[in-house]
Write a protein that binds this ligand. Structure first.
Ligand SMILES: [Zn+2]
Length: 322
């Protein structure tokens, strides 16, 4: 049975940008955009869907000239942005040390352009990856740094920042950061994407959350909920003005940060329910308008996480050693 999760507007992934079929050019393909902007069926020969596609008048000769000028300007701009966001050799992957992608084993020149990411290491060696492969390796890695899978050396800070920014950019446009061939994502894959979104926000603030850490049972989840609540309400003793900045509207009736007192949910035994609520909660702490407040929120979220989970504590011992 196929679930058309992708047609739900709140779905964390992008919908295929193609027309449904030649017979139905007025309807958008309902499937998940697994290959960049399109689903696997439409990625080879795409026909872009346009809403309310009505006949437009033919442009005049002068119009065409202006259009071409604007297009050229844009093309240069896009080139510049691509190099800035995806690395200096994004258009010439053939000069890379590695000839194929680490996960898909696909020739680096075959990696879809939007997913290509590259950098030059300290020894002037050039590397090209499918950003989905790196993001998957990264999310399963317990290290706090990103390693080049070929050399096992740290990826330097500057390219690392572009990597995180590119992932965040793709995800904010709902591009999938998983390698998938299926027409539709499974609930597990959709969950993986949501987790990735939150973990990338912490990443950008200097904390790597391994996806494995979030795979907690109901008891661990409760402990984390309790620690978050206790720190926020009492132990940190944050002034109310600061609290409002770290988590806007945290105590509004419509958007309470803590929907329940710990005692009310203490006996809940539904792991899925817990994981969803914990993820929402961790997300609220890194959504402030100002970076300094997001940083504070991340520190707070990670402290509770380290108090509740010994694996996190081993990676970030300084969080609880105060
Ligand atoms: Zn499609």
């Amino acid at each position: 049975m196929k679930k058309k999760i992708s047609s739900v507007s709140s779905a964390p992934v992008r919908q295929c940008a193609n027309i449904k079929s030649k017979k139905h050019p007025d309807v958008q393909c309902p499937f998940t955009a697994s290959q960049g902007e399109f689903c696997s069926r439409h990625s080879k020969k795409p026909t872009r869907f346009q809403e309310g596609n009505t006949l437009t008048p033919k442009p005049s000769y002068t119009d065409v000239k202006s259009i071409i000028r604007i297009q050229n300007m844009w093309r240069n701009r896009v080139w510049f942005l691509r190099r800035k966001r995806q690395g200096p050799i994004v258009m010439i992957p053939e000069v890379s040390e590695n000839k194929s992608d680490i996960c898909t084993l696909e020739d680096v020149g075959q990696i879809p352009l939007m997913y290509r990411w590259c950098y030059i290491d300290n020894n002037k060696h050039k590397w090209t990856f499918d950003i989905r492969s790196l993001s998957m390796l990264r999310s399963n890695d317990k290290n706090t740094k990103l390693l080049n899978p070929y050399t096992k050396e740290d990826i330097p800070v500057k390219p690392y920042d572009t990597f995180i920014n590119r992932c965040t950019q793709l995800r904010s446009h709902k591009y999938c950061l998983l390698h998938i061939n299926d027409i539709d994502l499974t609930p597990e894959q959709l969950w993986h994407q949501s987790v990735l979104d939150v973990s990338m926000k912490y990443d950008a603030l200097g904390y790597n959350i391994s996806l494995e850490w979030l795979n907690m049972d109901d008891k661990q989840c409760y402990t984390l909920y309790f620690e978050l609540w206790d720190l926020w309400m009492y132990r940190l003793d944050l002034p109310n003005e600061l609290k409002k900045k770290v988590v806007p509207d945290w105590n509004k009736i419509e958007t309470p940060l803590f929907k329940w007192l710990p005692i009310e949910v203490r006996h809940r035994r539904d792991k899925t329910w817990w994981q969803k609520n914990i993820l929402e909660l961790l997300n609220r702490f890194v959504c402030a308008n100002e970076k300094e407040h997001r940083t504070l929120g991340a520190l707070y979220g990670m402290t509770a996480f380290a108090l509740a989970n010994s694996t996190v504590r081993n990676v970030y011992p300084w969080l609880v050693d105060v």
